[in-house]
Design a protein around this ligand. Structure first.
Ligand code: CP
Ligand code: NVA
Length: 319
């Protein structure tokens, strides 16, 4: 007995390797249900989710909204501008208020401390749909994509080529949970969050290398991964970033350094000719659309885990 503590998903800190694999197996299960029609599978029936987007989005917003709909729930879409997070309304009041109306909050915000504040005041689960610090939903979908293709094991070398940004930070967080070889190839001055890096390294689960020579880093890679050079909110730095990142493009020459079986990944939106060449982005080694589609499946799995834990547990007891 006692009060159940509500679960948030702000990052990977509350998970362990077994729980991540459990979530992947459930993602696979509900992906199959969808492929078979899935009309009777409504584990979020009667539940509503408030979604706050303080930055642009295509994949995240559509995959959450469609996913919630498919699970029998309802999504309320809020533009950050109209809510006025921290200006029209205090973060604390938003958390308290939405907890009276909804069953969960999905939020895309700037400072990570704001989503932490929201999670603190809300009595319902809060899901990180990207902050300046991290993008855990993305990396769950990425790792699941490799897992379902049989490309994931302790020896998998994932090389992130580009900015030590929110997406790179989430890869580093994952490397603290699941064993693999993670390499970030970034320009000097564009290194990842030091706190997350130190934490992940202290866990001693994976080898995590930070390098500044992208061609050297790409050697024998199983996965070459990239993201935009200028993240949302950094538009003023774009010129300087274009210069700094020029050698960090995933292109055919870089793919040649990787294993012949290597795949190319990109969380998107993609800028062909910048962080990735058109040849690679649209070529046979890219698995970017599978990766994007899997956002839907892993986020649905996550929502069932957070909002209907009995259903989630039932699956794991019977499989
Ligand atoms: N990858 C991703 O999160 O895309 P959006 O910004 O379009 O949601
Ligand atoms: N690093 C990018 C990810 C976009 C999905 C950004 O924050 O804009």
């Amino acid at each position: 007995s006692g009060q159940k503590t509500k679960r948030d998903f702000l990052g990977f800190s509350h998970l362990n390797a077994a729980k991540v694999i459990e979530l992947f197996d459930y993602s696979h299960h509900i992906k199959k249900i969808r492929q078979e029609g899935g009309q009777d599978f409504r584990p979020l029936r009667g539940k509503t989710v408030a979604m706050i987007f303080n930055k642009p989005s295509l994949r995240t917003r559509v995959s959450f909204e469609v996913g919630i709909h498919e699970l029998g729930g309802y999504a309320v879409n809020l533009e950050g501008k109209s809510v006025g997070v921290g200006s029209r309304e205090s973060v604390e009041d938003i958390g308290l208020l939405l907890s009276r109306f909804n069953d969960a909050i999905v939020a895309r915000l700037h400072e990570h401390s704001v989503i932490e504040g929201l999670a603190k005041s809300a009595t319902i689960p809060v899901v990180n749909a990207l902050t300046d610090l991290s993008h855990p939903c993305q990396i769950l979908a990425d790792a699941f994509t490799l897992y379902e293709k049989g490309l994931w094991n302790e020896g998998t070398k994932v090389v992130f080529v580009g900015d030590g940004n929110n997406v790179a930070n989430s890869w580093i967080e994952l490397a603290g949970l699941l064993p693999f070889h993670f390499v970030l190839a970034c320009p000097e001055g564009y290194t990842p969050d030091e706190g997350l890096l130190a934490e992940a390294r202290a866990k001693g689960v994976s080898t995590i290398d930070i390098m500044h020579d992208p061609m050297e880093a790409a050697k024998d890679a199983d996965v070459l991964y990239t993201d935009v050079w200028t993240s949302m909110g950094q538009e003023e730095e774009q010129k300087a970033r274009l210069d700094a990142f020029r050698p960090f493009q995933i292109n055919a020459a870089m793919m040649k350094e990787a294993k012949p079986t290597a795949v190319a990944m990109h969380c998107m939106p993609a800028h062909r000719g910048e962080e990735i060449s058109a040849e690679v982005m649209d070529g046979p080694q890219a698995i970017v659309m599978d990766e994007a589609e899997n956002r839907l499946h892993v986020q649905k799995a996550l929502l069932v885990k957070l909002l209907n834990h009995d259903e989630y547990r039932k699956f794991h007891l019977t499989h």
